[in-house]
Every structure is written in structure tokens, then in C-alpha cells.
Design a protein around this ligand. Structure first.
Ligand code: PEP
Ligand code: MN
Length: 336
């Protein structure tokens, strides 16, 4: 980190600042030119709040030369992280996975029927929400613990590992047999939840917040990894833009950008990205072409009567043709 001081900074003020920095466990490289004084901070600057330094009267600019995230940073971990689920399914480092299933678990019949269908089409993880973050308090809030039990039944019947969303730490007791814990977009910066998931021995699927920058997403993953949990996947699920014709805007740039910055697997959710089932196939193909490690797609056996996100859910038949196209594109990509 480089701190450029204003020309009028007194020796006493500069020494005070140097002292403060050294007290935080770093050393300072002091450089005084004719018109500028620069302090170079050496050491672990990740824990330094640069806005505190920037706010000082004598400081002109603060420049980070190293990203504030360490554990998720590819610079310190060049190899791709590969996540291995209990039944051997792998995600990352060339291993591609399609997670599919309903937005919300609604009944035993719905989740098992959908699970069988997505498995037959090549999905290797079953998705399903039991605890649902809904914009309106009057909308269906999910089946809660009973929804998790039904997902576990579907896992038993099909052998598919399951991914489901957690909304607060107290719900962790229901996730003992859930294979991947999802943190939804609205909770990406629920730091207390992230800290709890940092000490859990399970993969986490961390979704990007509606208006979160790449760095904020990476810092949220850093929260989880700082607790010791190494198995984190990042999910681009569309962001808020000025466009109102679609539910969100899929930021495809996130895929190559994040893959360059981090070794963690990158997943795309084409369903929440556009909010329209018609967009799911093209967006899935675009994400695949961009080099994503996996997709999470909403599939419902009867979208017209779904209790949540019906308009963006594929019917099993369209999911089947979409999955076929995705696998075909992956084959073609081997040669390019
Ligand atoms: C979901 O996966 O059903 C969901 C609520 O997603 P997001 O958090 O991305 O809105
Ligand atoms: Mn949904």
C-alpha cells in the first residue's frame, strides 16, 4: 500500500502516522522527494482499513498495490480449487457441473419428479430452496425444515447431492445432510452468517449480491475462507442495471474476470439472471462459452403453478434439450 502525503505535512504528523502503521504490525518505507512524501507500507496490509488513512488531513491519496483478499487470491494459490462432494462429484479445475431443480421445494411429488428428470438429463446436483428470501412477506416463504426433509428424500431416491439456501445461522442444524450450502444474493454481505459458514465442513455456494462489485464478492468469500473453510464457489446470478426489461442483467464479464483473480470455481445462474425461461438456454450457452465451472438452473415439473419463480423455470423437456446443447458446446470447446 502506498500513502502519498500532502506537501504541508509536518514532521510530527508524519511520525505519528508512521508510529500508528508500525503499531499495526507493518514496516514503513519512507521516501521524501522535493515536493512529495511517500510512505510505502510493507507487510500484511489486508487488515488495514485504508479509509482511515485516507481520512487524515495530511494524506493526499492511498493506493493499494495488493488486493485485500489473500485466501481467495489466485496469486497465492495458482491451482484451481476442485470441490469434491460426498458422492464423488467434482466441481472446478475442468470439472463441470449442472445443478438443477425447483426454485422452492413444494411437495414430495414435485421435488422427486423434478429430481428424476434433471438427473436423467445430466444434472449432477439437485437444487431446491426450503428457506426462501422473498421480497414480499405475503409470498410463499418456503417449506422450511420440512422442505429440507423432502430434498433429502429426493437425494435418497436419485443419489443426487443437494444444494439449498441458508438464511441465518440458527438454520444450520437442518443442513447436516445437505451437500452444498447456498448463500443467496441478499445475504452475500451477512458477515455473521459468513463467519459461521467459515467453520463449517461443507462447500458453500456464494451468490453475488444484487449490486455487489467483484471485490465485494471476493471479500465475502474471504470471510468464509478466513474461518478455515476452503470449499467456496462463487455464483454470478445477474446484477441490477438500468435495464428493466429483464429481472437482472447477466454480467458475463464476471466469469473470465473472477477466474483470473481467484482459484475458486465460478458458477452462473441463468435463471435469476433474466427471470425469463426463454433466456435460460442462450445465457447458459454464453456462460459455458465464457468458461464457467458450472450452472445452476431452475427446473419445475409444472412452472405455470409454481409457488416461486415459475416464469424463469424450465420444464424438464426444455431442460433436457438445454443440457444437451451445453454438453455439446463443451465438447466443441475442447478443440478451441
Ligand atoms: C434462489 O436461488 O432461488 C435465489 C433466491 O437466488 P438469489 O439469491 O440469487 O436471488
Ligand atoms: Mn428462485
Amino acid at each position: 500500500m502506498i500513502v502519498k502525503l500532502k506537501p504541508g505535512a509536518s514532521e510530527r504528523q508524519i511520525n505519528q502516522l508512521i508510529h500508528w502503521i508500525e503499531n499495526q504490525g507493518m514496516s514503513v518505507n519512507f521516501s521524501k522527494g522535493e515536493n512529495t512524501t511517500i510512505l510505502g507500507l510493507i507487510g500484511d496490509t489486508a487488515k488495514v482499513d485504508d479509509s482511515l488513512i485516507r481520512a487524515l488531513d495530511i494524506v493526499e491519496t492511498v493506493m493499494r498495490i495488493q488486493e485485500p483478499y489473500k485466501k481467495v487470491n489466485r496469486k497465492f494459490h495458482p491451482e484451481d480449487t476442485i470441490i469434491t462432494l460426498e458422492n464423488g462429484v467434482q466441481i472446478g479445475g475442468g470439472h463441470f457441473a449442472i445443478m438443477a431443480g425447483p426454485c422452492s421445494v413444494e411437495s414430495e411429488e414435485q421435488v422427486i419428479e423434478t429430481a428424476k428428470a434433471v438427473k436423467a438429463s445430466g444434472a449432477t446436483v439437485l437444487r431446491g430452496g426450503a428457506f426462501k428470501p422473498r421480497t414480499s412477506p405475503y409470498s410463499f416463504q418456503g417449506m422450511g425444515a420440512e422442505g429440507i426433509s423432502l430434498l433429502l428424500k429426493a437425494k435418497e431416491v436419485t443419489g443426487l447431492p443437494i444444494v439449498s439456501e441458508i438464511m441465518e445461522p440458527q438454520q444450520l442444524k437442518y443442513f447436516e445432510h445437505v451437500d452444498i450450502i447456498q448463500v443467496g444474493a441478499r445475504n452475500m454481505q451477512n458477515f455473521e452468517l459468513l463467519k459461521v459458514l467459515g467453520v463449517v465442513d461443507k462447500p458453500i455456494l456464494l451468490k453475488r449480491g444484487l449490486s455487489a462489485t467483484y471485490e465485494e464478492l471476493l471479500m465475502s468469500a474471504e470471510y468464509i475462507m478466513a474461518g478455515g473453510n476452503k470449499d467456496v464457489m462463487l455464483c454470478e446470478r445477474g446484477i441490477r442495471t438500468f435495464e428493466t426489461a429483464t429481472r437482472n442483467t447477466l454480467d458475463i464479464t464476471a466469469v473470465p474476470f473472477l477466474k483470473e483473480r481467484t482459484h475458486l470455481p465460478i458458477i452462473v445462474d441463468p435463471s435469476h439472471s433474466a427471470g425469463m425461461y426463454q433466456m435460460v438456454r442462450p445465457l447458459s450457452l454464453a456462460a459455458t462459452a465464457a468458461g464457467v465451472d458450472g450452472l445452476i438452473i431452475e427446473v419445475h415439473n409444472d412452472p405455470a403453478n409454481a409457488l416461486c419463480d415459475g416464469p424463469q423455470s424450465l420444464k424438464p423437456k426444455s431442460f433436457d434439450s438445454t443440457a444437451k446443447a451445453i454438453f455439446k458446446l463443451r465438447e466443441i470447446m475442447k478443440d478451441i
